[in-house]
Write a protein that binds this ligand. Sequence first.
Ligand code: 7TS
Length: 411
Amino acid sequence: MEALETIDWTKLRADFPILDQQVHGNPLIYFDSAASSQKPRQVIDAIVRYYEHDHANVHRGIHELSNRATAAYEGARERTAKFINAPSADEIIFTRGTSESINLVASSWGTANLEPGDQILLTEMEHHSNMVPWRLIAEKTGAEVRYLPVTGDEGLLDLDRLDEFLTPKVKLFSMVHISNSLGTINPVKELCARARELGVVTLVDGAQSAGHMPVDVQDIGCDFYAFSGHKICGPTGIGALWGRMELLDKMPPYQGGGEMINDVSFEQISFKHPPHKFEAGTPNMAGAIGLAAAMDYLDAIGRDAIFEHDQELAEYAYQQLAELEGIRLFGPSTNRGGLVAFALGDVHAHDLVTLADQKGIALRGGHHCTQPLMKKLGVTSTSRASFYFYNTKAEVDRFIEVLRGIQKFFS
Ligand code: 7TS
């Protein structure tokens, strides 16, 4: 709590040029950071600086600019390893984001390790990005996908049934760290420990956790951790996959091209070691450099403080929402990530979001890429407000006031 009081959140907010604008004649209230966060000046400047001074292709040139670009790109890899406490930067693979990171594991590890009779365990609250890649590889390999159930509106994993699902038939257990449609923070450390006892490989989808709380992959005890740069104040088109070297070493390449080979003849190919084996073609240097700047920015604030700030805001919003007549709230009432999801009486989420937008409030309405979960909860869509450290209690108050107006409009 001490950290929360000593940090000047208003000053931090001023680092985000985009937030200082009117939308439909009202001050912008950006409550859609779970979809994509905004970017501070420091990250934008790092990308501009790179393009204005240091850009050239990496790993190939012997000239000054290529050396600078390579140093910056590989420096970003070191920075990323530090950000999640990975034992080695060689275990960090740059990807386009969480989706590509998971596709890489499903395609590469999955092809090499799954066969008919094997099971892939997911949870019912997975984002399509942590569901569809597994379904595709299951179809190819003959493996079966199973889902650890969610309890209901409070959105917790039904851990009483874990033994029923986590059996020796399971080869891989992939789980979301913080749910994007419920706000649930899953006990990933315990789940990975239980999986490890059975020799089950684990993947944690960190799309909603990486920039929102301190993350230590060694402490979590997973085998793979995936996240996106654009959700943590970094640029779009960049993200990372961390994997244990003993697994990465044995995995076949994901894509083929330049940068990832050692030697190619007309008959044979030998591949580089990880991470380069998994990075075919010219990588996203500007993205990686922007990502490293975002990590520096977040860690200068402290992810423990960010977590507390967002959690406090989410709990405040949750309590205010609970007072609205006819509201149905999804996800746990306490110990939640920085978002709230709800259905307001008969008002369709798209209508609610459209009307809120007229007041300058950016929300998200829909299935949030968790259609199976929505079906289980018996809804087609929900409305969601998601927060980051640049949001304020005053914005939440305004949001509640606008919701009351929308409710009145429809009654
Ligand atoms: N996993 C989770 C838990 C997510 O929330 C998302 C994106 C992804 C994976 C995919 O990330 P990407 O960067 O590869 O697209 N979530 C959302 C959302 O909640 N609204 O828009 C995107």
